[in-house]
Design a protein around this ligand. Structure first.
Ligand code: KG4
Ligand code: ZN
Length: 356
């Protein structure tokens, strides 16, 4: 038997045995590691954020991100396994984010995870980062069952997806320019808030007075489920430049901006649920941590009769737990990657195979 054939025989045996799955997330500026047990659920997770390092530059510097993942990943894996009370020998599989994301950052996680799986002779699976986000609510008690509609709103994406089964995804709507999180970050920056501005802008919005400013709800005046948020940024810039630029004004503008984004997302979610004939809505990705969005969607659900499912706040933004979970599901269906270290900086969610 050649080395390669022997390797795959070992893989198949290991899948049947199953066991805890190590999840590794390194697609952008967070190093996330977790252990998910098919029998016990999530048993440990750790996260290291590079935010402070990138803040000096006003955004993520890809090369610095890759180098920092190199520094942090192995210590985090050791810490996570210790927290889970297991060693590498107990692992039944390794999952890593294979895309979309920054190519160098992705390669750090993929190479490390792939090498670990090879050394342990367990299967490895490359996970789509957005599928990780989409499945994050499955880490909570009372998880959603497909079919459902998912609103994925992060720093890089604003998508509405029809989920008929895990792995069967149909894109209903996408952003034509800035993603929702990107719009938060850019708007925060132009009003002088430090990187990453999204959460800071949302906090400031809480102090804003209702009705002091009003911005449009882009692309809601015509049918369709696509988004466009870059024009909002320009509206904010003009309002900010024409104002006294005081603290209260900044909060007032932040509030009007947040209301415009949230209203737009709520309108499109309602339309998407109607178009898909679904009664369950999953909200995931970093902007899913936004409290106004969570409250407004829950209220719309009460009114229209659909149910909303959110991950807990810490699993809205990037984390290893969602990658471990998504990987465990795919490994349980016998899916795995061969020994090549491969990443996909751009990757179409609809191209994934079903996991049913
Ligand atoms: O999912 P995520 O951690 O990374 C990507 O995959 O992009 O999302 C990060 C994005 C950033 O744009 C950040 O500003 C935004 O999510 N974000 C928020 C909030 N928390 C994070 N935007 C609005 N309100 C928040 N509370
Ligand atoms: Zn993300």
């Amino acid at each position: 038997m050649t080395g390669r054939a022997a390797y795959f025989t070992v893989q198949t045996r290991k899948i049947a045995k199953s066991g805890p799955v190590l999840g590794v997330e390194t697609s952008c500026d967070e190093t996330g590691v977790a252990v998910f047990c098919p029998e016990r659920g999530l048993v440990a997770h750790t996260l290291y954020s590079q935010i402070r390092m990138h803040a000096d530059y006003g955004g993520v510097v890809p090369e610095l991100a890759s180098r920092d993942h190199v520094r942090k990943l192995l210590p985090l894996i050791r810490e996570t396994l210790a927290r889970a009370g297991i060693t590498t020998r107990d692992l039944g599989g390794v999952a890593y984010t294979a895309g979309p994301g920054l190519v160098g950052a992705l390669l750090v996680g993929a190479a490390c995870a792939r090498a670990l799986a090879w050394a342990l002779q367990v299967p490895a699976i490359g996970v789509h980062h957005m599928e990780g986000h989409l499945l994050a609510p499955l880490l909570e008690a009372d998880p959603p069952q497909p079919p459902f509609v998912a609103l994925l709103v992060s720093g890089g994406h604003s998508m509405l997806i029809e989920v008929s089964a895990i792995g069967r995804y149909r894109l209903l709507g996408d952003t034509l320019d800035d993603a929702a999180g990107e719009a938060f970050d850019k708007t925060a920056k132009l009003m002088g808030l430090p990187y990453p501005g999204g959460p800071a802008l949302a906090a400031l919005a809480g102090q804003g007075r209702p009705g002091a400013f009003r911005f449009s709800r882009p692309m809601t005046d015509r049918p369709g489920l696509d988004f466009s948020f870059s024009g909002l940024k320009t509206q904010v810039l003009l309002a900010w430049q024409g104002s006294d630029q005081g603290e209260q004004t900044r909060a007032d503008i932040a509030r009007a901006f947040e209301e415009a984004i949230v209203d737009t997302l709520v309108i499109k979610c309602r339309r998407a649920l109607e178009a898909a004939g679904a009664s369950r809505l999953v909200i995931a990705g970093g902007v899913g941590a936004n409290r106004r969005l969570r409250a407004e969607l829950a209220a719309a659900g009460d009114k229209d009769g659909f149910r909303t499912y959110f991950p807990r706040l810490q699993f809205c933004t990037d984390n290893g737990a969602m990658i471990a979970l998504a990987g465990a599901i795919r490994l349980a269906h016998g899916q795995q990657q061969d020994a090549t270290v491969q990443v996909f900086p751009r990757w179409d969610l609809e191209s994934l195979p079903p996991a049913v």
